[in-house]
Ligand binder design. Structure first.
Ligand SMILES: [Zn+2]
Length: 392
């Protein structure tokens, strides 16, 4: 069996010098539209109470921390009109040292699963009505995912009666867990998925070697989420997924079932078993890799039929596409074959999440994939009518 190591930590530390002036808040890369919206909102004079949603790892806290720095900086024109915090005023120095009296980040501490209500009362509810000590604003960032219903009820009145100097920023990966009474008080914004090029920039900032093939796979699997890209780039099992994926892909294009249902099955089972009792992340990574590769084949078909301009509009060509083609080479596949293969992967994913019989599901999927991938050239009834349907 393959390595059972659970190592999966983000590599390196942010290189603050590379981020700009050496000490400023972590540069928020990407999210240009969101940042523009937030700055316009911060300058609008409306009550500064908002909720920023987006998946875990999408940089919600970084975006809001940067906005807080802009609001609290006293250099130049104080307030959110700062292009960047000045870096030399008293507020900036305090923020750098983590001792600014008018900035509070309420997040669970090491062993806490939720934010204790008494801390929420002490550091937010009771603190809110004490005027700012340094400048015009007091900024609070609260992680709403960790607020119990009781804690949410405790902050409701504060949101309703927030003093004009208060900037209250909530973050939530699961906005459906936030009470409707709270949501109705807040301006809601959302992070957008990051471009792959931005993910590479963020990884570089954290000292990750971006030329490695593991990094390419990490970026592909992260699907626009920088936190996921960082976490995955520290996973030592990515090589195993790529090696198994490339070997199996070759087998799937050969006739004969023997190797597929013995060695092939064993390798897939090993990917699943490596994370005993946990989400079979390696197996999901393999299925995602194959799905993305098949979507490239679908793009190729679309390009052949509609011209290059239409294909480019359907989906941007990235460096990852070329890399994935090299890892998993395939002849031109007919539409019916691509659809059959994608459907096989979808069904297997479904069977995995519903705890179906793994052996049966896996063997069936391998045979279906082989049936699809060992065919080349346009198939019968291959009208191409479904090509315009967007995917991913
Ligand atoms: Zn400043």
């Amino acid at each position: 069996m393959s390595s059972t190591s659970k190592k999966c930590e983000p590599q390196g530390q942010p290189d603050s010098a590379a981020a700009g002036s050496g000490w400023l808040p972590p540069a928020v890369l990407g999210q240009a539209r969101l940042q523009q919206q937030l700055r316009a909102w911060a300058q609008s004079g409306s009550q500064k109470v908002l909720l920023l949603t987006g998946p875990r790892g999408s940089g919600r806290k970084s975006v809001l921390t940067e906005l807080a720095w802009r609001l609290l900086c006293q250099g130049g024109q104080a307030g959110a009109t700062q292009t960047v915090p000045c870096g030399s005023c008293r507020a900036c120095r305090y923020l750098k040292e983590g001792v600014h009296p008018d900035f509070r980040l309420l997040a669970p501490q090491a062993e806490e699963k939720i934010l204790p209500v008494d801390r929420v009362r002490r550091e937010f509810v009771n603190d809110l009505f004490l005027r700012p000590q340094l400048g015009r604003y007091k900024v609070y960032i609260l992680e709403a995912d960790y607020l119990s219903e009781g804690a949410q009820n405790a902050i409701l009145k504060s949101l309703e009666e927030a003093p004009p100097y208060a900037c209250i920023f909530l973050t939530a990966a699961r906005p459906d867990q936030v009470l409707p009474t709270i949501l109705s008080r807040l301006e809601v914004y959302r992070t957008a998925p990051y471009e792959d090029t931005t993910l590479y920039d963020i990884l570089r900032l954290h000292g990750v070697e971006t030329e490695h093939r593991q990094t390419r796979l990490a970026v592909l699997l992260a699907a626009g989420n920088p936190g996921e890209a960082l976490r995955l780039s520290g996973c030592d099992w990515l090589d195993e997924v790529m090696d198994t994926g490339a070997w199996l892909w070759q087998q799937l294009q050969q006739p004969g079932h023997a190797a597929l249902l013995t060695d092939g099955y064993n390798k897939v089972a090993a990917l699943r078993d490596a994370a005993a009792g946990q989400v079979p992340e390696r197996l999901h990574a393999l299925l995602t890799l194959y799905t993305l590769r098949l979507q490239i084949s679908l793009d190729d078909l679309y390009k052949q039929r509609s011209g290059p301009a239409a294909a480019a509009a359907a989906r941007g060509q990235t460096a990852a596409v070329g890399w994935l083609r090299d890892l998993l080479p395939a002849a031109d596949l007919p539409l019916t074959a691509i659809e059959l293969a994608l459907e096989a992967l979808r069904s297997f994913n479904q069977a995995l999440s519903s705890n179906g019989n793994f052996e049966i599901g896996c063997c069936r999927t391998l045979l279906q994939l082989q049936q699809a991938l060992s065919v080349t050239g346009p198939g019968p009834g291959d009208s191409g009518a479904a090509l315009a349907v967007p995917y991913r």
